[in-house]
Design a protein around this ligand. Structure first.
Ligand code: FEO
Length: 164
């Protein structure tokens, strides 16, 4: 049986993951509107991953006899100054999600809730990847600066993102 506080925080995490999907889908729409098809696809894949993350928490709460409660999702930003601005925001958001996962791990340890701690290990590793992927793009964009040719090349490359 999940502790009351843990169930609240896991439900909040469903909301955080769905909000992430919303943010990334909105970034995809921004990139579409700017003609960056590859970056739009990258963000679309990211949005899909976030829905999978939300479902993992949803399934876990149910498996532990808890009760899922959906909460309102905040409107995501509509636009960005540049691809670098958008990807920097994505990286910052992932750092926020990492902090959330760390908070959940701390709570599981405090409650001596081993099952939840083990379930969360997948997310601990996933966040390393999430931050790495966003950082790679941010660093690349910083090097490119205003070179349109290099930006087109990166856009093409990001459009090849698989289902990682
Ligand atoms: Fe579900 Fe991107 O963290």
């Amino acid at each position: 049986m999940l502790g009351k506080k843990m169930m609240e925080e896991l439900n909040k995490q469903i909301n955080e993951e769905l909000a992430s999907a919303y943010i990334y889908q909105a970034m995809a729409a921004y990139f579409e509107s700017e003609g960056w098809k590859g970056m739009a696809l990258w963000m679309e894949k990211q949005a899909g991953e976030e829905q999978v993350h939300a479902k993992k928490f949803y399934d876990y709460i149910n498996a532990r006899g808890g009760r899922v409660r959906f909460q309102a999702i905040q409107e995501p930003p509509f636009s960005y100054k540049s691809p670098l601005d958008a990807f920097s925001a994505a990286l910052k958001h992932e750092q926020h999600i990492t902090a959330r996962i760390d908070l959940l791990v701390d709570l599981a340890r405090k409650d001596r809730d081993n099952a939840t701690e083990i379930m969360l290990q997948w997310f601990v590793s996933e966040q390393v990847e999430e931050e790495e992927h966003a950082t790679d793009v941010v660093e690349h964009l910083k090097k490119i600066k205003d070179s349109t040719g290099a930006l087109f090349q990166l856009d093409h490359q990001l459009g090849k993102r698989g289902g990682d």
